[in-house]
Design a protein around this ligand. Structure first.
Ligand code: T4K
Length: 390
């Protein structure tokens, strides 16, 4: 960053190629390719192969649960989990989440009833959940947004009171804890995503984790057409299986987990340092007493204080090949089919609107250097007219 005759100019390393939010971490390429060769040599490509089983074992260990069932992606995992729990009628979810959380319900004819969030944590607000329970409610899906654990204790209390179940979309929260307990062990079950854009990726992939052996058995059946052994179908299942190449990538990614988190953390701190003092811009916090994966660098742009709008900041970054994202604007309830099916619902979601209008997610992970982060912070300072420390 230079301050030249009063003009603030961003300096640093401009990217040779676009810097994306969600740019994948690759892990040890040779280790991955060796596994792929092994898969080809052994001619076992899918259907509960040895790499899938190994991946599941490691996921369960990290999540501190008895069972992990790997799936082709987290969306299908959410659908299977919701179905295995017998959700129907209405299920309460936050609107401020990736659209898959709501679609996984809607796709099965379940109505997602949108609850507001706590503007401080961005997670589902238990008191709003209470207000949205009706005689048709059969469950609650909490989302540990950005990897920060939901208020699981309150959600459990509500669910118990109404005789319904809670499950979690933990797509962002692999490797994180809440109150020192690994995310994975809350509610009846939790779902992780290992999509390419997640800090641990299996190219495409997801998993349901649970301590209940009974639920796990049911989910395993549902994942594989309902087959219980050869020639014996006992359930109307679907195909949610993970293939061996994805599992090989997942295992390779897990081997680099510590390293990736360390990089994410350094990146997060670099952004914090680079954006300190920019008026109206704040970085969301991760509780230092918890384990965090730091996979999302999330800033909030307060329109009452920041001299430029959130959208202008995003446009400026994107024009410079920094593909920052307005996740999860505008909220699920303002996307189809929900905005048509549930008109007026937004009136009950004021905090969702405030947060969705403020958030910008910035690129992180192994594909970005500290100099590039410093350059991005410089762009933001320049756009907002913020002076920099010498
Ligand atoms: N629940 C929650 C809370 C979630 O966040 C997600 C997924 C799910 C459920 C469902 O999980 P999966 O069924 O996908 O396992 C992306 C991801 O596709 C999605 O998995 C993720 N959340 C979401 C937060 O981000 P989009 O619509 O933003 O995708 P797209 O194509 O714009 O890619 C995102 C960025 O990543 C782009 O800037 C490009 C970059 N990218 C992407 C890929 C695939 C790369 O640089 N390399 C790549 O290989 O949803």
């Amino acid at each position: 960053m230079n301050i030249d005759n009063g003009n603030v100019t961003a300096v640093g390393v401009a990217p040779p190629a676009p810097l994306h939010v969600g740019g994948p971490n690759i892990g040890n390429r040779e280790a991955f390719l060796a596994r792929v060769n092994d898969i080809l040599d052994r001619r076992w490509l899918s259907n509960n192969g040895q790499y899938v089983q190994e991946f599941e074992k490691r996921i369960a260990e990290i999540a501190g649960v008895r069972n992990a069932i790997a799936m082709c992606n987290a969306t299908v995992a959410l659908e299977i989990a919701a179905r295995a729990l017998g959700f129907q009628g209405e299920v309460i979810v936050p609107s401020y989440t990736f659209i898959a959380t709501a679609h996984a319900l809607q796709w099965q004819g379940i109505k997602p009833v949108f609850a507001d969030i706590d503007p401080r944590t961005h997670n589902i607000c238990p008191s709003d959940v209470r207000k949205k329970i009706t005689k048709h409610t059969t469950g609650i899906v909490g989302v540990h947004l950005w990897g920060r654990g939901c208020n699981a204790e309150e959600l459990d209390t509500i669910a118990e009171h109404h005789g319904i179940d809670v499950m979690y979309d933990a797509s962002h929260a692999f490797g994180c804890t809440r109150g020192g307990k690994a995310i994975g062990g809350f509610g009846k079950c939790e779902v992780f995503s290992f999509h390419a854009t997640k800090f641990i990726n299996s190219l495409e992939g997801g998993a349901v984790v649970t301590d209940s052996d009974e639920l796990a058995d049911k989910i395993r059946l549902m994942r594989n057409f309902g087959f219980k052994g050869h020639d014996n179908v006992v359930y109307p299942g679907i195909n949610g299986k993970m293939n061996e190449v994805c599992a090989a990538m997942g295992i390779t990614s897990l081997e680099a987990m510590k390293e990736i988190i360390a990089v994410n953390r350094v990146n997060y701190e670099s952004y914090r340092e680079g954006l300190t003092g920019v008026p109206g811009i704040s970085l969301i916090d991760y509780d230092p007493l918890e384990k965090n994966n730091y996979q999302y660098v999330v800033i909030e742009v307060n329109p009452a204080v920041c001299p430029v709008s959130r959208d202008k900041i995003v446009a400026c970054l994107q024009s410079k090949n920094v593909i920052a994202r307005k996740y999860f604007w505008p909220g699920c309830h303002r996307m189809e089919p929900y905005r048509t099916l549930q008109p007026g619902i937004g009136e009950g979601l004021p905090c969702t609107k405030v947060v969705a209008d403020r958030v910008v997610v910035l690129p992180t992970g192994q594909g970005i250097s500290r100099d590039q982060i410093s350059w991005i912070c410089g762009l933001i300072r320049e756009e907002t007219g913020a002076r920099t420390k010498a």
